[in-house]
Structures are given as structure tokens and as C-alpha cells.
Design a protein around this ligand. Structure first.
Ligand SMILES: Nc1ncnc2c1ncn2[C@@H]1O[C@H](COP(=O)(O)OP(=O)(O)OP(=O)(O)O)[C@@H](O)[C@H]1O
Ligand SMILES: O=P(O)(O)OC[C@H]1O[C@H](OP(=O)(O)OP(=O)(O)O)[C@H](O)[C@@H]1O
Ligand SMILES: [Mg+2]
Length: 288
């Protein structure tokens, strides 16, 4: 199938700044789309692929997509939920991972139940409000734009709820996380709830191809015919491995996609099983 350059362009919202911006652009470039060269550019048209990109604040992306102004977006799951927009997750993208946690000075609280009557500062008032309501805990939520860790020292709040990645910001502020994880987030592809726009499936499949190419490597090796069953058990591939005859009597060549993580260990196991000439190569792109 070729894309019709005359077809209506798929309108895609991408993060213009912040933690998700560079990784989102990198993923799109790997998927064969044009991307802006200058971070000041607000829109970019890619007529060859019938798409148009709009670089927006990640917090606003779910709003544009939920309203139907734009067709598709990339944002964080936490921002999608916080927005309350009528948009839904279509696919996890495997980057921008974070946890959303409560934190406070040691001894302040041990669980969400201890928050009753306390002041909680956060940039994610929607997520926190919903969490408190689910647990039936009456606490006041103070909405701040950022640097929420400072709100406790400054006397504005008793507790914060914020994104935690490495935990170093919390440590520097003398705060400790407590209670259960509120949310685990990562970058996600979103669409308007219940609506898949035209051209979406091609876009989704291209991103999926990038994720698979990042997650898997191609493994090739030679092995004696009588050991082939062991080999296939070790490297079953995604559907089934390719097995080809070799010039050398009694030997076959095997080719299979294997998860990148653990591929070195798999080479050791294959070697122990009698495999030779074991090669691992990158997958640049794929459609499964
Ligand atoms: N270390 C991190 N800090 C903040 N957000 C992060 C981090 N790692 C991943 N994220 C995710 O990035 C999204 C927030 O992006 P956003 O651009 O709004 O904030 P930011 O990265 O903190 O940038 P800024 O504070 O400059 O606005 C959320 O989905 C969040 O889960
Ligand atoms: O666990 P860490 O690795 O320390 O990362 C988490 C911190 O990073 C973000 O802050 P950011 O630098 O975006 O500043 P902000 O609070 O002003 O948004 C987030 O709000 C946390 O403060
Ligand atoms: Mg921030």
C-alpha cells in the first residue's frame, strides 16, 4: 500500500518541551517521519507521509485530541489521566517511564489513610483528587506548577504528590516516599475516545515497528541437525524460526528474532548446545 499524498493529513500532537519531547521526536524519525530541526518550530508538515505535526505542551495534548481538534497525540499516561479529557490510550511507547508517589518529611504519614486533614501539593490535581476520592480520604489539594518539593519547607503543604524518576530531587529536599504507588506512567499514543481516525492504523503500525526493532535483535547460528529441537526451544522466534540447509552435511542454519535483553546469555546457552557462528544483528525496522 502506498500513501496517497492527496489524502487528508493525519494531525498529530507531539510534546514541544520537557522529558518526553526528544524521545518522541527520535521515535518518529526512526519510523520514517520528518521532524523539526529547530525547537522553535510549532508545526511541521510531512506531505510524503500525509501527516502534520503540532508541537504542544504535553499537558495540553490530551485536551486537543479529546476535543477532536487533532487526531492523535503522544503524551504521558499521568498527563492524560490528569486532564480528564475524552481521550484514550492506544499504545504504550516504552519511554518516559515514571512513578507518581506521595512524599513527605519522615514521620508525617505512612499510608493514604493518614492524609485526612492534611494539605497535599501537586501539579497533578486531577490524579491526586481521584486517588483520594477512591480511598475516601478528605484532604485538601494545592495545585502548583512545579518544584512542588519546596512547598513543604515553605509551609504551603504537609505532603506532596509528584513524579519520581530517580528519587534524587526528593532526597535533596529531605523527603521520603510513603504509601502505595499512585500511578505508573510512560509515554503513550492517544486518540479521541471511541474514535480511530483515518490513517491512524498505518501510523500506529510504524511506531509498533520501531518498538519491536528496539526490543528485539536478529540471531543467526549454525547447529547440527540432531540438536535443532534444543535450539528451537531456546530461540522460538516470534512466530517460528527459519531453518535452512547448509552445504556441510548434517548441519542447519537457524535465524530467529530474540529479545535484546538476555541475548548474550542466549548466545552462551546456544554455544553450550553445540551452535557455532552465532551472530547477533540489529533490526532497523520491521512490520510483524
Ligand atoms: N524526571 C521526570 N520529571 C518529570 N516528568 C517526567 C520525568 N520522567 C518522565 N516524565 C514524564 O514526562 C511528563 C511530564 O512532562 P512535562 O514536559 O510536562 O514536564 P517536565 O518533563 O517535568 O518538563 P518541565 O518541568 O520543563 O515542564 C509526564 O508524563 C511524566 O511522567
Ligand atoms: O526523581 P527525579 O529523577 O529527581 O525526577 C523527578 C523530578 O523531576 C521533575 O521535576 P522537573 O525537573 O521537571 O522540575 P519541575 O518540578 O519544576 O517540573 C519532577 O517534577 C520531580 O521533581
Ligand atoms: Mg517538570
Amino acid at each position: 500500500m502506498t500513501l496517497d499524498p492527496g489524502a487528508a493529513a493525519l494531525r498529530i500532537a507531539l510534546p514541544n518541551k520537557g522529558s518526553l519531547s526528544q524521545a518522541a521526536s527520535d521515535m518518529l524519525r526512526e519510523a520514517g517521519y520528518r521532524q523539526r530541526r529547530d525547537t522553535k518550530e510549532l508545526t511541521l508538515t510531512d506531505p510524503e507521509n500525509s501527516v502534520e505535526f503540532f508541537y504542544l505542551r504535553p499537558r495540553d495534548i490530551a485536551v486537543y485530541v479529546g476535543e477532536g481538534t487533532l487526531d492523535v497525540g503522544i503524551t504521558g499516561r499521568d498527563l492524560l489521566l490528569d486532564s480528564g479529557a475524552k481521550a484514550e490510550e492506544a499504545m504504550e511507547l516504552g519511554f518516559g517511564g515514571s512513578r507518581f508517589r506521595f512524599a513527605a518529611r519522615p514521620g508525617t504519614a505512612a499510608s493514604v489513610a493518614d492524609l485526612a486533614g492534611l494539605r497535599i501539593a501537586t501539579s497533578y490535581a486531577g490524579v491526586v483528587g481521584a486517588h483520594l476520592e477512591r480511598h475516601g480520604v478528605p484532604a485538601s489539594v494545592i495545585r502548583l506548577d512545579g518544584a512542588v518539593e519546596s512547598s513543604i519547607q515553605l509551609g504551603v503543604a504537609d505532603v506532596i504528590a509528584d513524579v519520581v524518576e530517580t528519587g534524587s530531587t526528593l532526597r535533596a529536599a529531605g523527603l521520603e516516599i510513603f504509601g502505595e504507588e499512585i500511578l505508573r506512567s510512560e509515554a503513550v499514543l492517544i486518540t479521541r475516545s471511541g474514535h480511530l481516525p483515518e490513517g491512524f492504523e498505518v501510523f500506529r503500525r510504524r511506531l509498533e515497528g520501531v518498538i519491536v526493532a528496539r526490543t528485539y535483535v536478529m540471531m543467526d547460528y549454525d547447529i547440527p541437525q540432531e540438536r535443532v529441537e534444543t535450539a528451537v526451544r531456546l530461540t522460538p522466534g516470534i512466530e517460528t524460526p527459519t531453518i535452512s540447509p547448509l552445504q556441510r552435511e548434517g548441519w542447519v542454519a537457524v535465524r530467529a528474532m530474540v529479545p535484546r535483553a538476555g541475548s548474550q546469555r542466549m548466545m552462551d546457552d546456544l554455544w553450550d548446545a553445540g551452535a557455532k557462528a552465532i551472530l547477533v544483528t540489529e533490526i532497523n525496522a520491521c512490520r510483524l
